[in-house]
Every structure is written in structure tokens, then in C-alpha cells.
Ligand binder design. Structure first.
Ligand code: ADP
Ligand code: ZN
Length: 733
């Protein structure tokens, strides 16, 4: 059977090797075992049930929440000559009946259904007349209330499942926190032993978080770096989407918008244009993306802060499904946090608690100066141990050191004072840089002693500095009007009693530095010719271009110049069906080009495909923090845990913190013993947490004048939280 699976991989799909976990999952499914698959977007989940579907005698039923996804999969399978159909409301009754007839004749391997269709009488009686060997549940996190996308109709799958006891059940998702994973297995009554967690790391995504100071020009600068490439820009509100759309359109960008304010038809049309490479950019609210499978999304910009880490992870997950490099930029401002807080405060108490935990995790990700993959993956229960990923801004900026920024701080803060603490950063920077704006003259600020004393820094650098001054508590921003005000600590800076350390923003261009799009050079001119042909074929067939061939296939063609069918079959994504169907068309173009330019074919052995150079995922990481939390509560000492799991103190603390965040309780005794500071200091730290809250460590760190290091703070936060939820143990403040 395994050999069958391998043959199908090459012959039908045109791939040379399985991705991590795929083979084991397929084996498991073929043994008719229940299987939970957690794999990042683009990891190759579909193959995990598509290949078994081609081996099983009976039918594989795939439950998928979105019509567009079903359509996409069926189109791709049809291109590969795999009989697959869907049954849903988008079909005319004639088409519907035709599909039913095909099913009855056992001429179909995969049937795609929406969750709400599954328990209907018509479908149930149809299925009971057929042999169902496998039930695949896509986007399985929808079954859990703890997920970000709970769908009640998913709960009904359970009942249907019990009607087909001999069918293997495979549940798949890309986003599931440990809690959601538990929920999926619990709801589907799964056996624990059959889960495959491929890890959440998407190595091909370059992750960058940048202070948002002039978002429109930041966006335009970014877009300039990726001409001709597809991408998504996520905004918080419809209005923002519309504004941005107008601006970018007027500048000649190929862009459409997508949000709930558009009609269904407009939305579908815009999405379709994007998928078919007719439009390059989509500006969207979070509503966009669930139903798209477009593999060559090369960038995702978060123009506004995402709601939480899960949403963020899912949204950036839409980039780089093809395994090639993609760039994810998040523009971040504290103003956005206020917006989110405003919405959180309107929820009921329990919802507020969950939302605050989510927001907190998001902030940890944003504020970190370590590798961004750490907080991101930690959130999903994964222990990311690599020092550096080399694919995030922090890792590349590692060499940037903290410098003394006392002088710019003094300039900025005194300018705030002289303008009477009512203006926002924009105006202060205008004054500092000696702008001749109307507003400056209107208030007579050109006469101030701070006018024009800050020309040595760009606007962008000043914004970045200003943000650091706020973060460090040297000034605060009025929540309502955005005016900046001084704090008690400002005077220490004025008087030179406090030295301020921080960073000076340099203009780093991450678009080219690391992780080029591919590991080898390819011929752009030939690539464009092939792309043109692909578009023509796609339009004729009425499918998106990637259904014909993904970008990676064309890139490999333009790198190795295959001249025969045999060589062509070595190219990624070319199996026997596609080779027969399109081989000669593409070979002709390559051949013509090579003759004209005297280019020889390059040897292309069955190389490892680009995306296979991923680190083999470690399987045993599942819910480690739960195991650690439980061990600790059962009386194991922290040192004991460090030894047992071979992890350092920090990792233990992080795991226990995560355990708490997931809603468990923790025994507080034993935690304080890890601390090395005096008991007087301990008191102060606890009081500081009490007054500033545990959401951010930085304000606590700053409030304690940086005297207590972060490691201590983490210990105390853990202690503070664990004793708070155990009132018996609570300390007196
Ligand atoms: P997911 O559903 O996990 O997001 P898909 O199943 O859509 O991912 O797969 C992502 C892309 O990777 C698809 O274009 C798919 O054809 C490709 N792919 C899957 N498995 C392999 C493999 N073993 N080798 C090469 N490409 C693969
Ligand atoms: Zn990194």
C-alpha cells in the first residue's frame, strides 16, 4: 500500500517526495484509524486524504466549510483526471443530479460536502447506498468553541460519523491551540494515539513588525519592492479598506477590495479576479481569505493590528502556500490596541477574560526583541528552540544595539512641554524638524527654542523614537485626543539623571536580504512567457492559473530548460496526466526560447523539491506545557522538570505560564524559591504587577527602573497569577 501511495504521488501529482508526516498519516488513514492532522497552511494536508481516496475501494467524503474551497479542490483534481465532485447549493438541479448519478455508478473517488449538507435526509440516504471508506473533515477547528471560527453545524458531523463505523475519520486543520486540539478529539471521540502535529512553523514566511507612522507611504514603499506579485492587505474596518483602495487605485495599482459592505456578487468577482491573477492586490477586512487556495500570494500586509495571534497566524498563513518565500508585514501602533480594547470592554466578563489573554499573547509577539517565531510558536504550544530563524526582522536586526538616545529624548520631550502638552507626535516632529506647515505658524511654534533642532533625524526615525519614549513611560498619549503629555519621569531625563537607551531606526530593506524566492536562479523572461501561456490556457479552461501549474513548476522549467517529456516529468508538479495534457505546449515554448538564445538543458535529477528542505518536524511536542503543568501540580519540583525534559528554567517558566493562560490553575508554592532578589524587592515587584497588571512586562520593567531583569519578572508574574487564582495562598499587599 505504501508503494501504491508513492507511485500515486509521482504519477498523479507529479511530486518526488512526501512532505514531513504525509506518509505516516496516509498509512494511518489506510489502516482505517481515526487521525487528527495539524499541519501549517501549505503543509500538504489535502494529499493526506486524497491519496488514500485513490487507494480505497469506496468513497471518500470530504467536509469543507466553503464552497469556493470545494470548487477549487474539485477543479484541481479534475485537472489531474481524478474523479471528484461536490454537491452544494451552487449547482443547478441538473448538475446536481448528474453528480448524484455519477456517485451511484461508483464512478467518483471523492465527494465534497458542506457541513450543513451532510446530515440532510437526501445526502444520508445517498451515502448509505454507497460504500464510504473515509470521512475527511477539513478546517476541523470549526468544531470547537475555543477556536476562532466555531461553526455549530460542525457538531452534527459527529452523529453522521457514527453511521459509517467502518470509515476512517481524518480531521485536519492548520490552526489549533492545544485546547482546540483537545476539543476536536473529544467531539469526534478520537483515540489519542493517532494524531500528527507537524508543527506550526512556516519557514518560508519572512515576518516583520514595524511601527506604524505613515501607513500609506509605508505600504506603498513595500509594494514597490514586490512589483508584479500578488498580495493581501488586511485592514481593521471597511472604511479603511475603501480609503486604501481609492488611494492605491489612483496610483495605478492593480487592486480590488473585499469586505462585508460589498454585495455577494462583487465580493465573489473580486476574489475571482485575484485568484486568476487578473488583479494583483486585495485590500480586505478579515472576511477575506477563508476560501482561497491561491498558492502564490507573495505578501500579506497587516495595515491594522489583527484581532489575536490565531487570526494573525491564519492570515499570514495565506501567503506562500507554494513553499516559496513570502513577506508578512505588520504595521503596529498603540492606537490600534486602544481600538481593540474598546471592543473588548464591551463584551461580557468571561469573554473579556479570554479576549485579554488573546491580546496579551499578541502583544508579546509584537513587543519581543527575540526571534518572532518564539512567541508565535509558543502560543501554539510549540517549543521553538532555535536561537535565530533568519527569517524575521528581529533575527536580521540582531546586530542592532541599544544606543544612548538621551539627547533626542530631551529634545522631543522639551518640545512637548513647550507646545503645552496638547499636540500629537506629528506636530511635535514638524516643530523639531523645522517644518513650515500652516499649523506650525498658526500656533507660532516657529518661534520656540525647539523649532528646527531635530533635523538630524528623519520623520520616520522620530516616530520610532517617540514610540519608544511612550513605551518607556517618559510620556503618555491622551487616549481620546492623542495629545502627548509628560510624566514624572520626564524630569529625570531633562535633568540628566536618567540615561535613555533605545534604538534608532534604520531603513532596512528586507525584501531581498535573506531567503530569496528560490534557491536557484531562473530565467525571468522565459518565466514570463510560460506564465502568459498558462494564463491563456487557464482562461480557456475557466480555472485559476495555478490549477494548470503552480508558479514553482514554471520556475523550475525556467531554471532547468527541460527539452523532453522525460525531463519534464522531473519538474515539480508535472505528473503523467498533466504532462500529456500540457507537456508539448510548454516544451514548445522552452524549446523555441532555448534555440533562439542557444541555451542548453540543465540536468535536473530528482532533486529535493524546494519546500522539502524544511526541518523535519518533531512529533512529540504536543501539549508539552500541559504535561509540564500537570507534573508541577502533582508535586514535581522545577529542577526535577528541567532535568526530566532537558529544558532550561526559562522554558519551564514559559510552559507553566502558558498552562495558566490556557485556564488551568497552578500551585504557587515553590515558584518564589526560584527568585534571587531580596524579599523587600519581591514585595515591590508584586505590588508593581498588582498596579500595572500582568499583560505587559515592559511597563513593569520600566517602572522598576530596569533593576529587575525579565527572567525574574517572569517568575514573579507566574507567582502573582498562580496565587491570585488560588485565593488561599494569596499574599497581602
Ligand atoms: P494545506 O491544505 O495544508 O494548506 P495543500 O494541501 O493545499 O496544503 O498543499 C499546499 C501545496 O503543496 C499544494 O500546491 C500541494 O499540491 C503541494 N504539495 C503537497 N504535498 C506535496 C509534496 N509531497 N511535494 C510537493 N508539493 C506538495
Ligand atoms: Zn527570527
Amino acid at each position: 500500500m505504501i508503494d501504491r501511495a508513492k507511485t500515486i504521488l509521482g504519477d498523479v501529482f507529479g511530486y518526488s517526495e512526501f512532505r514531513p508526516h504525509q506518509l505516516k498519516i496516509i498509512e494511518n488513514v489506510l489502516k482505517k484509524r481515526d487521525t487528527l492532522v495539524i499541519m501549517p497552511t501549505g503543509g500538504g494536508k489535502s494529499l493526506c486524504y486524497q491519496i488514500p481516496a485513490l487507494i480505497f475501494k469506496g468513497l471518500t467524503v470530504v467536509v469543507s466549510p466553503l464552497i469556493s474551497l470545494m470548487k477549487d479542490q474539485v477543479e484541481q483534481l479534475t485537472e489531474l483526471a481524478v474523479p471528484a465532485v461536490f454537491l452544494n447549493s451552487s449547482l443547478s438541479s441538473k448538475e446536481y443530479n448528474r453528480n448524484v448519478e455519477r456517485l451511484k455508478k461508483n464512478g467518483v473517488r471523492l465527494l465534497y460536502l458542506a457541513p450543513e449538507a451532510l446530515p440532510t435526509q437526501g445526502i444520508l440516504s445517498l451515502l448509505s447506498s454507497l460504500q464510504v471508506d473515509c470521512l475527511a473533515i477539513d478546517e476541523a477547528h470549526c468544531i470547537s468553541e475555543w477556536g476562532h471560527d466555531f461553526r455549530p453545524e460542525y457538531r452534527q458531523i459527529v452523529e453522521v460519523r457514527s453511521r459509517f463505523p467502518s470509515a476512517a475519520c481524518v480531521a485536519l486543520t492548520a490552526t489549533a491551540t492545544p485546547r482546540v486540539q483537545e476539543d476536536i478529539k473529544y467531539n469526534l471521540k478520537f483515540d489519542v494515539s493517532n494524531e500528527f502535529i507537524a508543527g506550526f512553523n512556516r519557514e518560508n514566511l519572512f515576518i516583520q513588525v514595524t511601527p506604524k507612522n505613515n501607513p500609506v507611504s509605508q505600504t506603498i514603499n513595500f509594494l514597490e519592492k514586490y512589483p508584479d506579485q500578488s498580495g493581501i492587505i488586511y485592514c481593521f474596518s471597511r472604511r479603511q479598506v475603501d480609503d486604501l483602495y481609492e488611494i492605491l487605485k489612483s496610483r495605478g495599482y492593480s487592486i480590488r477590495s473585499y469586505h462585508a459592505g460589498l454585495s455577494d456578487a462583487e465580493r465573489t468577482r473580486n476574489q475571482e479576479l485575484f485568484i486568476r491573477d487578473d488583479v494583483r492586490i486585495i485590500a480586505a477586512t478579515i472576511a477575506f481569505g477563508m476560501g482561497i487556495n491561491k498558492p502564490n500570494v507573495r505578501f500579506v500586509i497587516h495595515f491594522d493590528l489583527p484581532k489575536n495571534i490565531e487570526t494573525y497566524y491564519q492570515e499570514i498563513g495565506r501567503a506562500g502556500r507554494d513553499g516559496l518565500r513570502a513577506h508578512c508585514l505588520l504595521l503596529f501602533s498603540y492606537g490600534d490596541i486602544r481600538k481593540i480594547k474598546y471592543f473588548i470592554n464591551r463584551k461580557d466578563e468571561n469573554e473579556q477574560r479570554i479576549a485579554n489573554i488573546h491580546l496579551n499573547a499578541l502583544l508579546q509577539f509584537i513587543e519581543t526583541d527575540m526571534c518572532r517565531r518564539r512567541p508565535l510558536l509558543t502560543y501554539f504550544g510549540e517549543d521553538y528552540t532555535a536561537e535565530k530563524c533568519d527569517m524575521c526582522d528581529n533575527c536580521l536586526a540582531g546586530e542592532r544595539k541599544l544606543i544612548d538616545i538621551t539627547v533626542p529624548a530631551q529634545k522631543f520631550l522639551s518640545c512637548v512641554k513647550r507646545t503645552d502638552e496638547i499636540f500629537g507626535a506629528n506636530h511635535i516632529i514638524d516643530v523639531l524638524r523645522g517644518s513650515e506647515s500652516q499649523k506650525v505658524f498658526k500656533f507660532g511654534h516657529e518661534k520656540l527654542s525647539t523649532y528646527g533642532i531635530g533635523k538630524e533625524y528623519s520623520r520616520k526615525q522620530w516616530f520610532h523614537l517617540a514610540r519608544q519614549f511612550i513605551q518607556k513611560g517618559l510620556m503618555i498619549q491622551d487616549a481620546k485626543y492623542g495629545g502627548l503629555k509628560l510624566t514624572g519621569r520626564t524630569y529625570d531625563v531633562f535633568k540628566g539623571r536618567e540615561i535613555v537607551f533605545g534604538m534608532l531606526e534604520e531603513d532596512l530593506d528586507y525584501s531581498k536580504e535573506k531567503g530569496r524566492e528560490t534557491e536557484y536562479e531562473y530565467n525571468r523572461v522565459l518565466f514570463d512567457k510560460l506564465r502568459e501561456k498558462r494564463k491563456e490556457l487557464a482562461d480557456k479552461a475557466g480555472v485559476p492559473p495555478y490549477v494548470i501549474f503552480p508558479d514553482k513548476t514554471l520556475i523550475e522549467m525556467a531554471a532547468f530548460y527541460p527539452r523532453s517529456e522525460e525531463s519534464l516529468l522531473c519538474i515539480h508538479g508535472v505528473g503523467s496526466v498533466k504532462s500529456q495534457k500540457y507537456g508539448s505546449i510548454f516544451l514548445n515554448i522552452i524549446d523555441g526560447y532555448c534555440r533562439e538564445h542557444h541555451i542548453e538543458e540543465r540536468p535536473c535529477k530528482k532533486r529535493k523539491a524546494l519546500s522539502d528542505i524544511r526541518e523535519p518536524a518533531r512529533e512529540s511536542r504536543k501539549r508539552r506545557y500541559v504535561i509540564i503543568g500537570e507534573a508541577y501540580n502533582a508535586g514535581k519540583s522545577i529542577e526535577g522538570i528541567m532535568a526530566e525534559f532537558s529544558i532550561n528554567l526559562n522554558t519551564v517558566i514559559n510552559n507553566l505560564y502558558k498552562y495558566l493562560q490556557a485556564g488551568h490553575t497552578l500551585r504557587p508554592d515553590g515558584i518564589l524559591e526560584l527568585s534571587t532578589i531580596s524579599s523587600d524587592q519581591q514585595d515591590i515587584v508584586l505590588k508593581t504587577f498588582h498596579s500595572l497588571g500582568t499583560e505587559f512586562l515592559r511597563p513593569v520593567f520600566d517602572a522598576l527602573d530596569g533593576e529587575i531583569n525579565y527572567e525574574e519578572l517572569r517568575i514573579f508574574r507566574l507567582y502573582y497569577l498562580s496565587s491570585k487564582v488560588n485565593p488561599k495562598e494569596s499574599f497581602l499587599l
